[in-house]
Design a protein around this ligand. Structure first.
Ligand SMILES: C[S@@+](CC[C@H](N)C(=O)[O-])C[C@H]1O[C@@H](n2cnc3c(N)ncnc32)[C@H](O)[C@@H]1O
Ligand SMILES: [Zn+2]
Length: 277
């Protein structure tokens, strides 16, 4: 049984499920990957795989923030951009999928039969959650490396607040495919960035993104700026700060103290949704 154009990370040959239970992936060279008990595969095994993954606490904060629906307008906008920009996007790859929140929204709402999705993320804790998304194979992998997906094997590549690898996104996209990239705009969360100790967003980032993708033959077809206000209570503010890169450095007790001092706040979200073809 073919595993949806997945490639072995060691030898780049096609992977197949070894059994009908789909618990082991293997290639003809004999490389084997067993699913963890939470259902994801870890392709980042062996030497040279030292990295800092999002911790269980960071991923839990992200999941709670998303479950409370604060980024629902973004999830809706991503699904709309996907259905406008791609014809019948059956084969999806989410590079840096995190909990799989946006992927799950896509799979449920695109209305495409026979969806077959792959979620990649360097965090095992994220992939535990993404493995629960319907029709999805969740794989621990580093997006900077060669992606474990065959050439021209994806109708849609989603890349949401995660590292960009335009060269690989181009390679795995099928003709007529769509690459959707979501980034935070400079005014994203500006009311609370400093008081919560979050990192700033560089002004020039958007132009650089378009230029870098252009270098790899990914042409900007559409861009949408999405802004909306959220009413965030102290728990939301805690999650917001803790779920991002600052979560690696923030002291949870100190952060708890700060969000209680701030209280409930109106906070503006600002995103850029870029469609590359
Ligand atoms: C800000 S989160 C966004 C997650 C998800 N796309 C979302 O929007 O909810 C960034 C994600 O990128 C992942 N990540 C960071 N570096 C990565 C890498 N080199 N390869 C794969 N994933 C990476 C993190 O583990 C994290 O889940
Ligand atoms: Zn192999």
């Amino acid at each position: 049984m073919l595993a949806s154009s997945l490639l072995c990370p060691h030898c780049q040959q096609q992977l197949e499920f070894a059994t009908a239970q789909r618990k082991t992936l293997s290639c003809h060279q004999g490389h084997r990957f067993d699913a963890a008990k939470q259902g994801y595969y870890n392709f980042l095994t062996g030497k040279g795989t030292n990295f800092t993954e999002d911790t269980a606490a960071m991923v839990a904060a992200r999941a709670e923030f998303q479950t409370r629906g604060h980024y629902q307008p973004l999830a809706t906008a991503i699904t709309q951009a996907a259905s406008q920009g791609a014809v019948n996007p059956t084969r999806i790859l989410d590079a840096g999928a995190g909990t799989g929140y946006y992927l799950s929204e896509l799979v449920e709402n695109l209305g495409v039969p026979d969806t077959e999705a792959v979620a990649l993320d360097i965090s095992r804790y994220a992939m535990r959650r993404a493995a629960k998304v319907q029709h999805t194979t969740a794989i621990v992998w580093d997006v900077w490396r060669t992606l474990p997906s065959a050439d021209a094997s994806r109708d849609l590549v989603l890349n949401c607040f995660a590292p960009h690898n335009p060269k690989e996104f181009r390679r795995v996209l099928a003709p007529g495919g769509l690459c959707l990239v979501v980034t935070a705009l400079p005014d994203h969360l500006q009311q609370v960035r400093e008081p919560l100790g979050m990192l700033g967003i560089a002004e020039a980032k958007q132009d650089q993104l378009i230029a870098r993708f252009g270098d790899h033959d990914l042409r900007l077809d559409n861009v949408q700026e999405l802004r909306f206000d959220m009413s965030l209570d102290p728990q939301d503010l805690f999650n917001l700060a803790f779920m991002g890169p600052a979560g690696h450095h923030l002291d949870p007790d100190e952060l708890r103290h700060r969000v209680n001092r701030i209280g409930t706040q109106e906070v503006r979200a600002a995103f850029g949704i870029y469609s590359f073809v």
